[in-house]
Design a protein around this ligand. Structure first.
Ligand SMILES: *Cc1c(COP(=O)(O)O)cnc(C)c1O
Length: 430
């Protein structure tokens, strides 16, 4: 790979800007460097041969930050824990969706999340975060970070910004706030956090901390990158479990983080040392998935809209937590209109009754699979109270509205009539 960005990084035809979905087949890859192969080969190599000793020296100088890069200069390839062509092409393509300067890929969503947090938290620091968040992130913040001297303060998503303002005030009394960590929409409640409002509040905090700017990290797994671009609304880092919608076939585990070159530089440094990067073969699979990302997310969202309406009208269903049903004129609706481009395709609903009725529905389904995870081509359904959110204390679950009668569905790309037929016979069983 050359050290200069070349014409395979073209974003425009004249002054026409190419769309992200059109760039997923070729961007960032030069066939001439790989025997004319239309698609990037999988570069299964641990190390790279330098042309000469001077090149090797210069690559290391840049990789280890011993000098700043000259205009347009990028580090050459050294070793696959630091970088690899498949990682680079994938990262360039991921970055396009959010117009990010820099993308980094990781071995899992949790590898992305933890590496970003290690890069920006130090003993004595405070992390302010929304709740509920993904179980793994919650465990890391609640149980592991305190062992390294990092305290946390949480606020509930869905109740909107005044609770965030309260949490920031509380955080300031505990120490230096270095990270504000947000998951929006929240899982499984679909509660929203106003990212633009968050940006303003955090900028004001920076002034009160002698200029120390908290980094806003947004777990954008649920709607991103097609339906929500967190960076455009004030996030410093947009984080993904690529395992979900982006890879989208329930067959790989991977993660990513996007942001400005400046914000991502320390994350890259930590990734190199912690070794949390993605492997070339997984990168290749995610690149294949990216070619159909928009098609898949569009189809799933269309199916989900039909299913949400079907469930809302069903006599055995108490409530449907679907973003498309937010009340016109409500605060939540305003936030949704401002930062979300669609309601997506993962949502929850409460059946009438409790665990018994919810389990009956889950066990009576004959086509939709009972499994955790989401964002795949196939529809998956699960019981948050006893499965994905089993670890959350019962009183917290009650406060957040995660009930025993709640069922979460991740709607896939199947024919929607088949999904509704299966849900109908399952709901008829209670
Ligand atoms: C799955 C998930 C993660 C963790 O991702 P892995 O790839 O399983 O490590 C983080 N955040 C959200 C919102 C998720 O759904």
């Amino acid at each position: 790979m050359p050290t200069q960005k070349k014409n395979y990084h073209k974003r425009y035809i004249g002054d026409h800007k190419l769309h992200a979905e059109s760039q997923m087949m070729g961007y960032g890859y030069d066939p001439a460097l790989s025997e004319g192969a239309l698609k990037p080969p999988v570069f299964m190599t641990s190390t790279f041969v330098f042309d000469n000793a001077q090149d090797g020296k210069e690559f290391f100088e840049l990789a280890y930050g011993k000098r700043t890069a000259n205009e347009g200069e990028e580090s050459g390839l050294i070793y696959s824990r630091i970088n690899n062509p498949d990682l680079e092409v994938l990262e360039d393509r991921l970055a396009i969706w959010e117009d990010a300067e820099k993308g980094l890929s990781f071995s899992s969503g949790m590898a992305a999340i933890s590496t970003c947090l290690w890069a920006y938290l130090r003993p004595g620091d405070v992390i302010v975060h929304s709740a509920p968040i993904y179980g793994g992130s919650e465990y890391l913040i609640r149980n592991i970070l305190p062992e390294f001297g990092v305290e946390s303060v949480e606020f509930e998503s869905g109740l909107l910004d005044y609770t965030l303002a309260d949490a920031l005030e509380e955080g300031l009394t505990k120490g230096r706030i270095s990270v504000v960590y947000i998951e929006t929409p929240a899982n499984p409640t679909n509660g929203l956090v106003d990212l633009q409002r968050c940006r303003k509040l955090v900028d004001a905090i920076a002034e009160r901390q002698g200029g120390h700017k908290p980094i806003i990290m947004v777990d954008n797994t649920f709607l991103g990158p097609v339906w929500q671009q967190a960076l455009k609304h004030g996030a410093d880092i947009s984080i993904y479990s690529l395992t979900k919608y982006v890879a989208g076939h329930s067959d790989v585990v991977a993660g990513a983080a996007l942001g400005s070159a400046e914000v991502m530089a320390p994350v890259m440094g930590f990734r190199t040392i912690l070794g949390t990067m993605c492997d070339p073969h997984t990168c290749w699979l995610v690149m294949r998935s990216l070619e159909t990302l928009k098609l898949r997310m569009e189809r799933s969202a269309e199916n989900a809209a039909h299913i949400a309406s079907y469930l809302r009208d069903h006599p055995k269903v108490e409530r449907v937590h679907y973003l498309g049903f937010l009340e016109e004129g409500s605060e939540a609706r305003k936030v949704y209109d401002q930062q979300c481009l669609s309601a997506g395709s993962t949502f929850s609903f409460d059946v009438k009754g409790g665990e018994k009725e919810a389990f009956r529905v889950l066990d009576t389904l004959s086509f939709i699979k009972l499994a955790v995870s989401l964002g795949g081509t196939e529809s998956l359904i699960e019981h948050p109270f006893s499965m994905t959110h089993a670890d959350v204390p019962d009183d917290v679950k009650t406060r957040l509205g995660i009930t025993e009668s709640m069922i979460r569905i991740s709607v896939g790309v199947e024919h929607v009539d088949d999904l509704i037929a299966d849900l109908r016979q399952a709901l008829d069983s209670i």
